[in-house]
Design a binder for this molecule. Structure first.
Ligand code: AMP
Ligand code: GLY
Length: 418
């Protein structure tokens, strides 16, 4: 099969790395890809959000299957457009990807179908939102409705902080149109766990549980990022928690989307908080998480192409999905200054040595005109190792990351430990 993966980060490298191992996949392409992905797939210079360009290329080059990984092309209807052009595509259609693209939609869905989540109200009027915040008091959580690169959420510990966040979103349009509608919700407390699940519109198969680390610095300090590292499985996700989540959250979500005429095919990302009153949904995403995908796919034994096809063909109940024993850990190596501002173009050394000890997924890299691999994004690499248990996987990932360096490189030293 000729397969195209859409995207160009660490998540897409992990997906390409796994698909390249499938005997079914004879030719693998990735658009736009990056310098690491180029080692396992042919990169195609089309932007992930260029729906028309992507479909045109896929048709002209006779792709048998397309996997759309990032949130924005899903929300823009890339899967719908590929299907209309007769190409099977993995990922939700726009009308199901809305569970990530609109927080107001997903909160309403949860309310309607009794899926446990934080109490909330939705606002389009700044004054009403401000008076609601003053009435509720702090701590309180303010969220821009639409996609905001994972940065449209403010967990405010004071009313003033919440008011500032609201003004930035609704008045100053910090996140553009994404902030015209805001969701204000109760602040929940407890450990966070992520569960990704394959879905075929009707059936759902959860993957191993995982946790990521969103803050930039050690001790969960500093600004929110896309994720500075991740590991799986999560020790907090006990069999009892899993049973509750499948019954009260995962299956009801898939059934709710189907009942609403928005059957979900692809990966649902359940961001969960284990509160003292039980697991609650923090957020839904309509895709694989990044960096969670790197450790998770490192633990997958089953052919990923078989799973993707089963999701598209609604035959997921016929696939036996198997995982390795033990654990996996991914350490993100970032450009100094990320997520605020950083310099790109520094040559990276130590990649070959690191690659002997672990899998080094590339997130933001490219080749310069001298043929050197240089940093080309905020998150640059995801050094990912599997081990007999979590401490072993963490130790192996850090040992593998050690020889890698470039000017101003930054990583957290406590991934998996806090
Ligand atoms: P989200 O983009 O919705 O995942 O939010 C980003 C982060 O904000 C989450 O991973 C949580 O740590 C935090 N967060 C979001 N909603 C809440 C909430 N209702 N209570 C406490 N923390 C929250
Ligand atoms: N790591 C968080 C996300 O992918 O949304």
């Amino acid at each position: 099969m000729k397969v195209l993966v859409v995207g160009g980060g660490g998540r897409e490298h992990a997906i390409c790395w796994k698909l390249a191992q499938s005997p079914k996949v004879t030719q693998l392409f990735c658009a736009p890809g990056n310098a690491g992905i180029a080692q396992v797939a042919t990169c195609v210079p089309i932007k992930a959000t260029d729906v028309d360009g992507m479909v045109k290329w896929a048709v002209e080059n006779k792709m048998d299957f397309v996997m759309v990984a990032p949130d924005d092309p899903l929300a823009l209807g890339m899967v719908d457009a590929l299907e209309a052009a007769g190409i099977p595509a993995f990922g939700p259609r726009a009308n199901a990807a809305i569970i990530e693209a609109s927080k107001a939609f997903s909160k309403e869905l949860m309310k309607k179908y009794n899926i446990p989540t934080a109490r909330y109200e939705t606002f389009t009027d700044l004054d009403k939102a401000l008076s609601y915040i003053r009435e509720q008091g702090a701590p309180i959580v303010v969220k821009a409705d639409g996609l905001a690169l994972g940065k449209g959420v403010v967990v405010a510990s004071t009313v003033e902080e919440a008011e500032t966040a609201l003004r930035e979103m609704m008045q100053d349009k910090k996140f553009g149109a994404s902030g015209s509608t805001v969701v204000i919700e109760e602040c929940m407390v407890g450990p966070e766990v992520t569960v990704l699940a394959f879905c075929d519109g009707e059936h759902l198969v959860p993957m191993l549980s995982s946790q990521d680390h969103k803050r930039a610095y050690d001790g969960n300090k500093g600004p929110n990022t896309g994720g500075m590292g991740a590991f799986c499985p999560s020790p907090n996700y006990t069999p009892e928690v899993a049973e509750f989540c499948v019954k009260n959250i995962f299956q009801p979500t898939v059934a709710a989307l189907k009942a609403e005429g928005r059957p979900f095919k692809g990966v649902i990302y359940f961001g969960l908080m284990l509160t003292k009153d039980g697991p609650r949904v923090v957020e839904y995403n309509a895709r694989f998480g990044d960096p969670e995908t790197q450790p998770i796919l490192s633990m997958l034994d089953t052919d990923l192409m078989d799973i993707f096809e089963a999701c598209v063909n609604s035959t997921l109940d016929k696939v036996d999905i198997k995982w390795k024993d033990g654990a996996a850990c991914c350490i993100v190596l970032a450009s100094g200054g990320y997520p605020v501002s950083y310099q790109s173009g520094y040559p990276i050394s130590g990649l070959d040595e690191a690659g002997k000890k672990a899998t080094v997924f590339h997130a933001g890299t490219k080749l310069n005109d001298k043929g050197e691999i240089v940093n080309a994004g905020g998150r640059v690499l995801g050094v990912t190792a599997t081990g007999a248990d979590l401490p072993d996987a963490i130790a192996k990932a850090y040992a593998a990351a050690k020889p890698i360096s470039w000017t101003d490189m930054h990583m957290r030293t406590d991934i998996g430990k806090v």
